[in-house]
Design a protein around this ligand. Structure first.
Ligand SMILES: Cc1cc2nc3c(=O)[nH]c(=O)nc-3n(C[C@H](O)[C@H](O)[C@H](O)COP(=O)(O)OP(=O)(O)OC[C@H]3O[C@@H](n4cnc5c(N)ncnc54)[C@H](O)[C@@H]3O)c2cc1C
Length: 597
């Protein structure tokens, strides 16, 4: 049976030590929050995740969700766990006090979400989607809609969904066919079929609030004619009391590879009553508030799964006895040495550890900017922080979920054949992790967003929010002997990233396929360079603190950073070569040449 222990020490490092002298110290939202308060909140969340959610993970995967008569029952124990989740206030951490939220910083919510994703990703999707829906309504809803729906969503007694996908319409949202007909009372009648809707129907909340993309008949064709509507499962009176059932029904749930405790629904809207959210025809742009929020959350899902995979692989590698160390017997009293003595196993473990800790720093770094983008005192500071979040969102989504699958797969590998067997739990992590590379915009589409949209924005304004601080940091630390082994590789990777950026910007002007062909490699190269920048700073902190208590923790940071610089970061060199090879090797290939022969 797998175990889970929330990585509180490393979370504290990312949240309270790494950025202690920069972003965090100047954010007003932290003013009345001591270090001890944060430790206490996270320790309580850890208890909940370890003791309540985690024990339901394997059983939820085995049992799955049940569909009958257009209703869905979640796996045994989910309902009680959900009640405890909302009663303990975990649903409302970073929500606005005006709507009943606790107004805590997003970095805390991020850490709690990581724990939820590690302990039970399927469960995490139910409150996770609600948080995105909350952000969407908060930003684009009328006051009336906000005051009617947000308090119950924040409380967790109503949940939210995101209804984009249709059978013929996935990535290309301009193909949406669901119809919205305006009514004389200002509402709309929504008709159409949405597929793959996470938490579209379930038994955890009193009401489910769907956010639906649909088109009005008079609107323009394509993406410019799509609008956003709020469609509740139950209609309510002005006091928010549940009245009659609205005409939106779940006609089946998907049988899928993983996330079996999460209901993935086909929803039929049969002239269901809905209300416009935001301006007509701005549906996709407004939906991006939710999608961007979810993209950051999905990146965190990748980290959550990767963390639990690592923890279990590490225990196994220390216990499993096979073969002897290449340099001679290490444990003569045992029948064989534990597999952690083998270089190949160490390489897998260190890769997992380096990606996880790097991604935790990356996610926290972006979360600080997200807080700053909403709460900084002056407009230019808010804009600067928002630019950075925009730039990093596709990187967080794609790189952290790619790592989720890679790390989960390494976890299976370390377990050998036992990793492939259900009862050990490792194969579930691999199955659960896989979808995160697909939903919320596939990782290929994230890469196109980065290279095709984010980088050229305002002639590189977003990009400068990353390039300038990294450049300045390298200049500042170039003569630092202690950090030389980290700054050197960072400098090389950064130079390559700059060269690739300039080359792509030029080549992309005359041939857009150059962008498409390079995008995924470029995104990975960017992410690894960002990791290198964060690892260098982590080492600075670790060197400064390693002579106090927690010496082993800080020493481990330095050694992990060394491994990252020497064994992972060199990937940027081959990625650079692939980017520079251009689109020709892909595009000169005639379709017939793919076969079949
Ligand atoms: C378990 C699960 C939960 C989900 N939850 C939700 C939900 O809550 N709400 C919701 O609305 N949807 C949800 N989805 C749907 C999900 O977001 C889509 O599956 C995803 O966006 C991809 O769409 P698609 O499956 O139609 O693939 P397609 O769009 O058909 O893409 C197929 C392949 O082509 C590539 N491709 C497509 N267009 C381009 C392009 N322009 N350039 C380059 N490559 C391209 C893609 O990267 C992909 O590899 C869920 C799906 C699953 C499986």
């Amino acid at each position: 049976m797998p175990i889970y222990k929330a990585p509180l020490r490393d979370m504290k490092f990312a949240m309270q030590e790494l950025f202690a002298n920069s972003e965090q110290s100047s954010l007003p939202v932290f003013e009345n929050l001591s270090e001890q308060d944060i430790d206490m909140i996270l320790a309580e969340a850890a208890k909940f995740c370890e003791n309540i959610l985690f024990p339901l993970n394997l059983s939820g995967d085995t049992e799955g969700c049940h569909w009958e008569n257009r209703e869905v029952r979640t796996p045994k124990g989910f309902k009680e766990a959900y009640k405890e989740f909302v009663d303990s206030g975990w649903a409302s951490l970073a929500c606005e006090p005006e709507f009943g939220g606790q107004g805590l910083p997003e970095t805390i919510a991020l850490a709690v979400e990581e724990m939820v994703c590690s302990s039970n990703l399927s469960f995490g999707l139910y409150p996770g989607l609600t948080r995105g829906a909350y952000q969407l309504l908060l930003k684009h809803g009328t006051n009336e809609l906000k005051h009617h729906y947000l308090p119950k969503m924040v409380e967790g007694v109503w949940s939210g969904t995101m209804c984009l996908t249709e059978p013929h319409c996935g990535t290309d949202l301009g193909l949406v066919r669901t119809k919205a007909l305006s009514q004389s009372d200002g509402s709309y009648k929504i008709t159409g079929t949405k597929i793959f809707i996470s938490s579209g129907e379930h038994d955890l909340t009193e009401n489910i609030i769907h956010f639906v993309l649909a088109r009005t008949p008079e609107g323009p064709l394509g993406i410019r004619g799509v609008s956003l509507f709020l469609v509740p499962k139950f209609l309510t009176n002005s006091n928010g009391e549940i009245m009659e059932r609205n005409a939106v029904y779940c006609d089946s749930i998907e049988h899928k590879m993983g996330l079996k405790g999460s209901a993935t629904c086909v929803l039929n809207f049969e002239e269901a009553t809905g209300w416009l959210v935001g301006t007509l025809y701005k549906g996709v742009a407004n939906m991006f508030t939710m999608m961007n929020n979810e993209r950051l959350a999905v990146g965190n899902q990748g980290l959550g799964i990767a963390e639990i995979s690592y923890q279990n692989a590490l225990i196994y590698a220390k216990e499993r006895l096979q073969g002897r160390a290449l340099t001679g017997v290490k444990y003569p009293e045992k029948a064989a040495d534990p597999i952690i003595v083998h270089p190949d196993v160490r390489k897998m473990l260190l890769t997992m550890k380096a990606y996880n800790e790097g991604n935790r720093m990356l996610g926290t770094w972006v979360a600080f900017h997200s807080i700053r983008s909403q709460t900084a005192e002056n407009e230019s500071e808010r804009e600067e922080a928002d630019d950075f979040v925009q730039l990093m969102t596709p990187i967080i989504k794609a790189f952290m979920t790619d790592c989720g699958t890679e790390v989960a797969s390494l976890g299976v590998q370390i377990y050998g054949g036992h990793g492939y067997i259900h009862e050990h739990g490792m194969e579930q992590y691999m199955r659960d992790a896989r979808i995160a590379q697909i939903y919320e915009g596939t990782n290929g589409v994230q890469a196109l967003d980065l290279v095709g949209r984010k980088i050229p924005t305002a002639t590189g304004r977003y990009l400068r929010r990353f390039f300038h601080p990294v450049y300045d940091y390298i200049q500042e630390k170039q003569q630092d002997e202690l950090l030389a082994e980290f700054i050197g590789p960072l400098h090389k990777a950064f130079d390559r990233l700059q060269q690739a950026t300039i080359s792509l910007a030029q080549r992309g002007l005359s041939n857009p396929n150059e962008i498409g062909a390079a995008a995924s490699d470029y995104l990975r190269m960017f992410a690894l360079t960002a990791h290198a920048y964060l690892w260098a700073q982590a080492c600075e902190v670790a060197y400064a603190k390693r002579d106090g208590h927690d010496k082993a923790f800080y020493e481990s940071k330095i050694i992990t950073a060394r491994f990252f610089m020497q064994k992972i970061l060199p990937q940027t060199s081959s990625l650079f070569a692939c980017i520079m090879a251009g689109s020709k090797p892909l595009m000169e290939f005639k379709e017939e040449a793919f076969g079949p022969f």
